[in-house]
Design a protein around this ligand. Structure first.
Ligand SMILES: *[C@@H]1O[C@H](CO)[C@@H](O)[C@H](O)[C@H]1NC(C)=O
Ligand SMILES: *[C@@H]1O[C@H](CO)[C@@H](O)[C@H](O)[C@H]1NC(C)=O
Length: 559
């Protein structure tokens, strides 16, 4: 009985503790000297891209593209203004759109095309267009092309894209009203689209896209992943039930021959589960996804930031997933299918019927080629027909550790990037940088010692949503870039030098920072050449090694 009460009390304590996780340190905008960029009369710095050598940061804003020095973004190297024409703006206004906010060219795609050019697309006052930006002259070159399917018409609508071997994969809305959404690939030979059925995509809000290269085990294909929140078809709910998804297509997909002509034959999607198992608390909206790829990782890791629209409490979470858990659902999971319950009423259930071979939605690999299925164009009709009506997997993708990596109350997380650092204890830590809708950045780790928010950095002078984050992880020059409506900010990944005592330095539990007992300063270990020095760092926060060493704090105490 008493024990029960104790458990209850403990449970309550744990809940409050988890939810009220506070950053150990908060840096005000004025306390950290961050490089900042904005140009007069230019707003909406929504898209960031690093050059291949990481020396230049490209920024896509409203009617302008900038090239900035990535080591100091306050240094502008180039700008190309790209405005919607006056005629186009008038037409946009005539269709009832706002001249003050909507009828502009908002840059929505900024992707590397080749060594000398970027591929750029913009909303162009509700008539999306794309162009090539010559990186030598920094001018738009040649003729613009129709940007339908690559950029939304409406700047308020979601968009995502990734360039893979010169072909753009995009997820966005497809028409003026924003009522049709597609996953699209434009290549030299053809266009490939998703079907306009609710079961393929149902009012999706796209958040990110990325490519995962095949690891060459069975002559499999490269795969492109899309992450979005959409309205579920499979749950019966009194309103619209939002649900977070991961979808996948294969690079080699050429569409079907008769069925699914110029449509994906490899489009599959699954639900990302992010919840607190003990409280049945579900995070059903995904705001951003970052795929952590590193040569020292066995496989890529997916990090998503989630919120919920189910309860009115502002709680955000980070859940992470292994790539293989996603692949397993696609390769071995059950499909869902729609069945008619009554004439006018259908229901989504697990499909227990026989699955055609080759497996619908699977990429073509060596086994298939051996059976003479050399391309999606000569797959058996049964497989393609099945693929047309079965995109949604029944099995869910469950997060690593079966629970969130981080939960935070009273905050709306918007974007995430993750860095990896080998700490002094020679363990490697994944460090999450998560932005909020109030212009701040949280730096956090999740280890066997629990969740820990190392610091909160106020990146912007005023409270505004951070819309895009980018990490540059060059060896010892690592930066976070953040874009918002008012400008772009560049922040170092750590502020070790701000910790003035050994105890402060160690209690920060920051894998980048360690106390140098010889120089008596808190140093960034990535910049430390003499790692053989006995740097003091304890990710578990045990500051006892500081005691008894000659430290500046001891000196202060003595004086
Ligand atoms: C662009 O920025 C302005 C100024 O902050 C803001 O009012 C507007 O809503 C933004 N537009 C979009 C499409 O985000
Ligand atoms: C290749 O990828 C698969 C699926 O993600 C994974 O299970 C396997 O371990 C990987 N193999 C190698 C050699 O990396």
């Amino acid at each position: 009985m008493t024990l029960n009460i104790l458990y209850l009390a403990l449970d309550l304590f744990l809940r409050v503790a988890a939810f009220s996780l506070v950053p150990r340190t908060t840096w005000k905008f004025s306390e950290v000297n961050l490089a900042y960029f904005h140009a007069p009369e230019v707003f909406n710095y929504s898209i960031l891209l690093l050059s291949e050598d990481k020396k230049v940061l490209y920024v896509g804003a409203r009617e302008a593209i900038f090239a900035l020095n990535s080591l100091n973004i306050a240094e502008k190297q180039n700008v190309e203004y790209w405005k919607a024409s006056e005629d186009q703006k008038k037409e946009c206004a005539m269709k009832g759109r706002s001249m003050q906010t909507e009828c502009f060219n908002y840059i929505r795609v900024l992707q590397p095309l080749n060594k000398n050019a970027l591929y750029v697309c913009g909303t162009n006052a509700f008539r999306p267009i794309c162009h090539h930006l010559n990186l030598i002259t920094f001018k738009l070159e040649g003729r613009d092309e129709d940007g339908k399917g690559r950029s939304p018409f409406n700047p308020m609508e979601s968009y995502t894209s990734v360039m893979v071997d010169g072909e753009l994969y995009s997820g966005t809305s497809f028409n003026f009203l924003g009522s049709e959404s597609i996953i699209f690939r434009q290549s030299q030979q053809n266009q490939l689209k998703s079907e306009l059925y609710a079961q393929w995509l149902n009012a999706p809000s796209f958040v990110s896209a990325d490519v995962i290269r095949d690891n060459n085990t069975k002559g499999d294909d490269d795969k492109v992943y899309f992450f979005f929140t959409e309205v579920s078809v499979e749950f019966e709910f009194f309103g619209k039930m939002m649900i977070p998804r991961v979808a996948r297509v294969c690079k080699g997909d050429q569409g079907g021959l008769k069925i699914l002509q110029n449509k994906w034959t490899t489009f599959l999607k699954a639900t990302l589960l992010c919840r607190m198992p003990e409280w049945n608390y579900v995070f059903n909206v995904v705001n951003d996804v970052f795929i952590l790829k590193s040569p020292d990782l066995e496989e890529p890791l997916i990090y998503g930031v989630f919120t919920t629209n189910l309860n009115n409490i502002g709680v955000s979470a980070v859940c992470s997933y292994s790539m293989s858990s996603v692949e397993k659902v696609f390769a071995e999971g059950h499909y869902m299918k729609e069945v008619a319950v009554e004439e006018w009423y259908t229901k989504w259930v697990r499909d227990n019927g026989e699955i055609p071979k080759p497996r619908p939605g699977a990429c073509i690999n060596d086994d298939d080629r051996a059976k003479n299925y050399k391309s999606s164009l000569n797959l058996p009709e049964r497989t393609v027909l099945f693929a047309k009506y079965h995109q949604l997997m029944y099995d869910l993708v469950t997060p690593l550790g079966k629970k969130p990596q981080l939960i935070k109350q009273d905050v709306k997380y918007t974007q995430i990037v993750v860095d990896r650092v080998k700490a002094v204890d020679s363990n490697t830590y994944n460090i999450m940088f998560i932005s909020t809708d109030e212009g701040t950045l949280h730096k956090a780790i999740s280890s066997e010692h629990g969740m820990h928010i190392i610091e909160e950095i106020k990146l912007f002078p005023v409270s505004e949503p951070i819309q895009t984050l980018l990490l540059s992880s060059k060896e010892n020059q690592r930066y976070i870039y953040a874009g918002a409506n008012s400008g772009v900010v560049q922040s170092p990944v750590a502020f070790c030098e701000k910790y003035s005592t050994c105890i402060d330095c160690v209690l920060a539990r920051d894998p980048y920072c360690a106390w140098n007992p010889h120089k008596l300063i808190c140093v960034n270990i990535l910049k430390e050449k003499n790692m053989e020095w006995d740097l003091i760092q304890k990710i578990n926060g045990d500051a006892s090694p500081c005691i008894g060493k000659v430290t500046r704090s001891n000196i202060y105490c003595a004086s």
